[in-house]
Design a protein around this ligand. Structure first.
Ligand SMILES: [Zn+2]
Length: 249
């Protein structure tokens, strides 16, 4: 028992060290981030976000995360792999890895994290509606915000880039901050902040956004999305977005 515990403590400490180093790196590199432009809709599924535009200086204070309750929703899981694409791993694996990295960073900053799933299973169990289960967890959480993490797919394999979706007006500022954070960290093509009536962002009662990190239908991006370094960068991008969001409330 004693031995196992000290081993765990060493692992925890080295995880914390990695997180601190990453946060320092992001602080050095992430001071300037591109604005979340809004592109015309690609098809009839969604319309562009209202272009309000952020005015004034955006603040970034990691202390603003202290005590916040963040619901992280890694998409898919279990029998539902999400997009398979052309990369080595399905969407469900890629986004779970990002979620775990993000959880570590947020907890280190003093936030409380609730995951809709923390392994390869369907939230709510095999018989439940997994989308309903995710929304139930978010709505019972007394959380401050909800972030759903996904990988995208398109029949045009040349399309690459990051898109963040919102449904209600109170999700727009969250989505815009996440989009800025992720595209800055990944140096991915900025496909904009878009409105969509996806079930999980439509039915959550707290500010909600859904991040599509990149496309599994594009060879290069599919490979990147499955690598640990890119997954950690994606988590850092979401983290930076959350820092911005809570700093400017
Ligand atoms: Zn998905």
């Amino acid at each position: 028992m004693g031995k196992a515990r000290s081993k765990n403590q060493i692992i925890l400490q080295s995880n914390a060290l990695v997180t601190v180093l990453l946060l320092l790196l992001s602080f050095i590199l992430g001071l300037n981030s591109p604005d979340g432009d809004t592109l015309p809709p690609r098809n009839g599924e969604y319309t562009t976000a209202p272009v309000g535009g952020d005015t004034g200086q955006l603040r970034r204070d990691p202390a603003s995360l202290r005590g916040k309750i963040i619901v992280i929703d890694p998409g898919h899981g279990g029998i539902n792999p999400g997009s398979r694409g052309v990369g080595p791993k399905p969407e469900k694996d890629n986004v779970l890895a990002v979620a775990w990295d993000l959880k570590g960073m947020l907890e280190y900053a003093g936030a409380k994290v609730i995951m809709t799933r923390d392994g390869d299973y369907s939230p709510g169990g095999p018989k439940a509606d997994q989308l309903e289960a995710r929304v139930d967890i978010a709505n019972r959480s007394r959380g401050d915000i909800y972030v759903s993490i996904h990988n995208d797919w398109n029949k045009n394999s040349r399309i690459t880039g990051t898109t963040t979706y919102f449904y209600s007006p109170d999700g727009y500022r969250l989505a815009a901050a996440l989009q800025r954070g992720v595209t800055a960290e990944l140096s991915s093509r900025n496909l904009g902040v878009r409105w969509a009536s996806y079930y999980v962002i439509k039915n959550t009662v707290i500010p909600a956004a859904l991040v599509e990190l990149g496309f599994l239908s594009n060879k290069q991006e599919a490979i990147l999305l499955s690598t640990r370094s890119y997954q950690t960068k994606a988590a850092l991008g979401i983290y930076n977005g959350l820092v911005e969001y809570f700093s400017n409330r």
